[in-house]
Design a protein. Structure first.
Length: 381
């Protein structure tokens, strides 16, 4: 039995065009991009072309793109690097941030910084009044993700950034889930720094970028040979960066089609969910088009994920990068969802190759498993 992959917010398959672009840099002798000979110069030229492709997809300038090895590294770079040269004050982040933002912020408490989360409402949107209250005291940095990896909720980053800038603070956004799903513009978002990642858009794992306003005083996370204008030392992963660039070009060209296609799949799926009396989280606000986060009362999310996997459907119970935790989704708890319901959360995230037929199959499997599990536990709808 072949399985249907419905966990695209966790990672995506490598596009064949991306692989084709990468193969010459994986099979033939590639030079170190810092070397002066022809092999090194060729590698450097290819990296700069990829940098331009990433910049174009992000509505940024090439000089603003700093390559990293992952979105986690880029977020740590932003949090630690943008605050390092300031007098310690507050680091603020939304209560629904990914741990690779919240944990480095908390780690900086040992250096005298205060770490504080910003509340969200029941739909997962940032409480700007709470942010305003927190900004009455000096803040080094505010980090709010563009689109949440679990609920898919989209924040009004441009408006939040204006509020932050007026306070004199720096603004960062984790836009990993927005790239390829939304029309993305670093300039329009008005932030000082933005994180994007390759493997969320059918590019290779091991490549990402921090898009950075050149006027920001930032301390490098890694020191060494001075690559990436001295901001991120280490020999560049040439093949992965080439793949990232090509993935960005393809994602930008296909963004509108991706959005319309996956939104149709999500709408069909959620229509079926309602017949199961499922709770769909954040369905009253704007979300990225491919994401549905729901729970069926009385059924554990992990149990349902395992049952659907046996039926041939790969879905998730939350963030893949937080799989070490058995606690309910911190995103849902921040939204005021009860522990029992939050434990039942399941995420479906569609990709461009998924079909309405697969949605129909998923709904049939879901209805069958919900009925079976309710009979086992004695829970009624």
């Amino acid at each position: 039995m072949s399985s249907v992959y419905l966990d695209h917010n966790a990672t995506t398959s490598l596009d064949s065009h991306v692989l084709e672009a990468m193969l010459p840099w994986m099979k033939a002798q590639a030079g170190n991009p810092t070397s002066r000979h022809i092999f090194g110069r060729t590698a450097r030229t290819a990296i700069e072309h990829a940098r331009a492709q990433v910049a174009e997809a992000c509505g940024a300038y090439t000089s603003q793109v700093v390559f990293t090895a992952s979105g986690t590294e880029a977020n740590n770079f932003a949090v630690r690097g943008m605050t390092a040269n300031q007098d310690a004050a507050q680091i603020l982040y939304s209560a629904i941030e990914h741990p690779c933002v919240s944990r480095p912020a908390a780690a900086l408490k040992q250096y005298g910084y205060k770490s504080q989360s910003i509340a969200v409402n029941g739909q997962g949107r940032l409480e700007t009044a709470h942010l305003a209250l927190l900004l009455e005291k000096p803040a080094n940095l505010v980090s709010v993700m563009l689109a949440n990896n679990e609920t898919g909720v989209i924040q009004d980053i441009a408006q939040i950034a204006e509020q932050v800038r007026r306070s004199g603070s720096l603004m960062h956004t984790d836009a990993v889930q927005g790239l390829g799903k939304l029309a993305l513009s670093f300039t329009d978002l008005n932030v000082h720094a933005m994180t994007v990642s390759s493997h969320k858009i059918n590019g290779p794992q091991g490549a990402a970028a921090l898009i950075l306003d050149k006027r920001v005083d930032i301390q490098p996370l890694l020191y060494g040979g001075g690559q990436e204008r001295g901001l991120r030392s280490g020999t560049e992963n040439v093949a992965a960066i080439i793949g990232f660039g090509m993935a960005c070009e393809l994602a930008a060209a296909n963004q509108s089609n991706f959005a319309s296609h996956t939104r149709a799949l999500r709408d069909a799926f959620e229509q079926g969910l309602r017949s199961l009396d499922a709770q769909i989280f954040s369905d009253q606000v704007a979300r990225i088009p491919n994401t549905s986060f729901f729970a069926v009362n009385g059924i554990e999310g992990e149990t349902l994920v395992t049952a659907l996997d046996r039926k041939g459907f790969a879905v998730a119970s939350g963030s893949a990068c937080s799989s070490d935790s058995t606690e309910p989704s911190h995103v849902l708890l921040a939204m005021g969802v009860g522990h029992d319901l939050a434990r039942g959360a399941v995420r479906v995230s569609f990709g461009s190759h998924n079909t309405l037929q697969q949605v129909s199959g998923l709904l049939d499997a879901l209805k069958s498993e919900v009925l079976r599990l309710r009979q086992l536990t004695g829970v009624t709808a």
